[in-house]
Ligand binder design. Structure first.
Ligand SMILES: O=C(O)CCC(=O)C(=O)O
Ligand SMILES: [Fe+2]
Length: 286
């Protein structure tokens, strides 16, 4: 059971309808609000040309190490559906290569070493104006996928963060997803599609305690219970890998701070990219 326990955060308001409104993407260029220029003015997502399949035959629990609690399902999206989903997402989602600066000893500029994008809104579902960047609804295929992941994890999610590692040069450094807006024991589902990559975990208190995986297309890992507090995880560079990989994480943020943070660091203020004719290009909506 993966409960996504809630800390005592402010009471929730249920105004999702006023939030997303009847039409979510403005279609006509002349109606674009230029202050929202980093947001996609995309055509509606095309219908799926395949049926989304899931499979839980290869389900393992991994909880034999200190404060580690994982569900590992290989081929959760069986072949060839995994690659159909990979191509659909790569070709239809808006992508960003977010830049930000961080104060360490001095101000350091960071370019996120992978493409990212995000959908969803925290539990409080404030009106659009209350957020620093307007949140976006979850595309239908990701909503279907979210429901399947909710079934196998007995948890609920309201955010989908997507990473695209164009090749083995792209990566994510050791970190834990333990921000306070995720509650005390975040339950995070993480699905891999496309190229094989390493997924490394180490215990924060005892770094010699490790749990490493080679993740393949279609595999789902769920990190839950004390895992985020006690462990860090990463996808290191693998320069021999020339192909792309998509990773989709399912999370639940209870408060607007989570919404603001996720859109800041997964959409940001820079240009949007789209994958067109086999290439990632800066996309100018004009
Ligand atoms: O790509 C992955 O498998 C991990 C991604 C991740 O850890 C994250 O987005 O927080
Ligand atoms: Fe993570």
């Amino acid at each position: 059971m993966c409960s996504n326990k809630r800390k005592s955060y402010p009471p929730t308001k249920s105004n999702i309808h006023s939030f997303f409104g009847p039409s979510t993407i403005k279609k006509h260029k002349q109606q674009h609000d230029r202050s929202l220029f980093t947001y996609p003015f995309l055509d509606p997502y095309p219908p799926l040309s395949f049926t989304l399949q899931t499979n839980t035959k290869e389900r393992r629990l991994i909880n034999d190490k200190l404060d580690l609690d994982l569900i590992y399902i290989t081929s959760f999206i069986p072949s060839p559906c995994d690659m159909s989903l990979y191509s659909y997402l790569l070709n239809t989602l808006p992508w960003y290569r977010v830049e930000y600066s961080k104060q360490i000893d001095r101000v350091v500029n960071i370019v996120t070493p992978r493409y990212t994008t995000v959908f969803g809104i925290d539990d409080t579902q404030q009106s659009r104006e209350k957020y620093t960047r307007p949140p976006r609804p979850i595309p239908s295929v990701l909503e279907q996928l979210k429901q399947r992941v909710e079934e196998v994890t007995s948890a609920k999610y309201n955010f989908i963060l997507v990473n695209f590692y164009a090749n083995g040069q792209d990566s994510i450094a050791f970190h834990s997803d333990d921000e306070h807006w995720l509650g005390e024991e975040p339950c995070i589902g993480s699905l891999s599609l496309g190229a094989e990559r390493d997924f490394h975990m180490k215990n924060k208190a005892n770094e010699s305690l490790k749990q490493n995986f080679v993740l393949n297309s279609g595999d789902l890992i769920v990190m839950r219970g004390p895992t985020q507090h006690a462990w860090v995880h990463s996808v290191p560079k693998r320069t021999s890998q020339l192909s792309g990989r998509i990773n989709i994480t399912f999370r639940r943020s209870f408060i607007p701070e989570g919404t603001n943070n996720y859109y800041r660091y997964n959409v940001g203020d820079g240009p949007m990219y789209r994958y067109i004719n086999g290439k990632m290009i800066k996309y100018d909506s004009d």
